[in-house]
Design a protein around this ligand. Structure first.
Ligand SMILES: NC(=O)c1ccc[n+]([C@@H]2O[C@H](COP(=O)([O-])OP(=O)(O)OC[C@H]3O[C@@H](n4cnc5c(N)ncnc54)[C@H](OP(=O)(O)O)[C@@H]3O)[C@@H](O)[C@H]2O)c1
Length: 309
């Protein structure tokens, strides 16, 4: 039985900027270290929040070097923490604190699997541990990462009311080609006014290249989806895919921020300028893409082998 929350959540995560710089490309060791530090520094001028993880190559080293060059512009961080049990999660928190030379993490992205996911779904001891991490000043706030195949964990926990007061929102792929919360979870999050952070702003690149250039899309389903969305994008008359995508994410009132990555200054500028004075997309365009999201979720996302999308 669902115990719907009626609490006003408008104050949660409302300090996030509309665009958050995603740092995966800072860990690409095919690019010179100093060049990546330069991109990191430019991103520090463009936004005051970054998303990162120790799993992104040597991105943490690049970030620390960028912070050392200008510690007056230190961004706040969303950091991936997890996975199988609370000991591992604490260890991951400390790894980040040490590598980044920080005293605390602003926003921990809970990436839960195995017994930790089970505890989360059933209201187990993990919630006390999350509260302890806050009391100890190690992690200030939490959001829960969801995928189609982990959405039931989030749903069960929400129905039990367990995350209330501990988890401030939900983070998942949300862009014109992906909505990685199940249909049921999406509806529940919308009904409960849960704050959201949208990941993968441009769905991995330029829409025409995603559609037309073999191998450019990470997976073939993205190429197929790009073929469906291209006519909608073209009909909008918006010239830049980045602008379309930033406006797309912010057409959902619960979205506080969109996280997009780049290793190029010119593409960073596009993200940053698209995040100024954002106008939501026209309603008919949003409705059309939302319909696709519901269909794709049933047709593929919920049936796919876990972690293959
Ligand atoms: N589970 C998770 O927590 C998770 C999973 C995925 C992503 N993320 C976060 O979200 C961030 C973004 O995800 P993402 O990198 O997968 O997706 P994304 O931001 O949609 O796509 C980034 C890719 O798009 C390219 N790009 C950016 N602007 C472009 C433009 N104007 N024209 C053409 N190409 C452009 C970038 O290439 P260039 O470098 O050449 O610009 C980069 O390869 C990540 O950095 C990470 O922080 C988190």
């Amino acid at each position: 039985m669902s115990t719907k929350q009626t609490r006003d959540k408008s104050d949660l995560l409302n300090d996030l900027p509309p665009y958050i710089y995603g740092t995966t490309r800072l860990g690409d060791q095919n690019l010179p270290f100093e060049e990546r530090v330069g991109v990191g520094r430019a991103a520090m001028e463009g936004t005051n929040w970054f998303h990162t993880s120790h799993s992104y190559g040597n991105a943490l080293q690049v970030l620390r070097a960028a912070f050392d060059q200008d510690d007056t512009r230190m961004p706040k961080l969303i950091v991936k923490i997890g996975w199988k049990n609370i000991e591992e999660l604490r260890d991951v928190v400390h790894k980040h604190l040490i590598a980044l030379r920080l005293e605390n993490l602003e926003l921990g992205q809970l990436c839960l699997s195995e017994s930790l996911a089970e505890e989360y779904a059933s209201g187990g001891a993990c919630y006390e541990e999350f509260a302890r991490l806050k009391q100890q000043g190690l992690v200030n706030r939490f959001v829960l990462e969801v995928f189609p195949w982990t959405s039931d964990v989030a749903l069960k926990a929400l129905h039990g009311g367990y995350p209330e007061g501990i988890v401030d929102g939900y983070i998942f792929y949300l862009n014109p080609l992906q909505r990685f919360a199940s249909n049921e979870l999406w509806d529940e999050l919308v009904e409960r006014d849960e704050p959201m952070i949208a990941m993968r702003t441009v769905a991995g690149g330029n829409i025409h290249r995603l559609r037309d250039v073999p191998g450019y899309a990470w997976k073939s389903y993205l190429q197929e989806r790009a073929a469906e969305v291209t006519p909608i994008f073209e009909r909008s008359g918006i010239e830049s895919w980045t602008e379309f995508c930033v406006r797309f994410a912010h057409s959902f009132p619960l979205v506080r921020a969109t996280v997009g990555a780049t290793s190029k200054i010119e593409n960073l500028r596009e993200f940053v300028s698209a995040a100024e004075n954002i106008q939501p997309l026209p309603t008919d365009i949003i409705e059309e893409i939302v319909k696709l999201h519901y269909r794709w979720s049933d047709e593929l996302d919920m049936k796919a082998e876990h972690w293959t999308m």
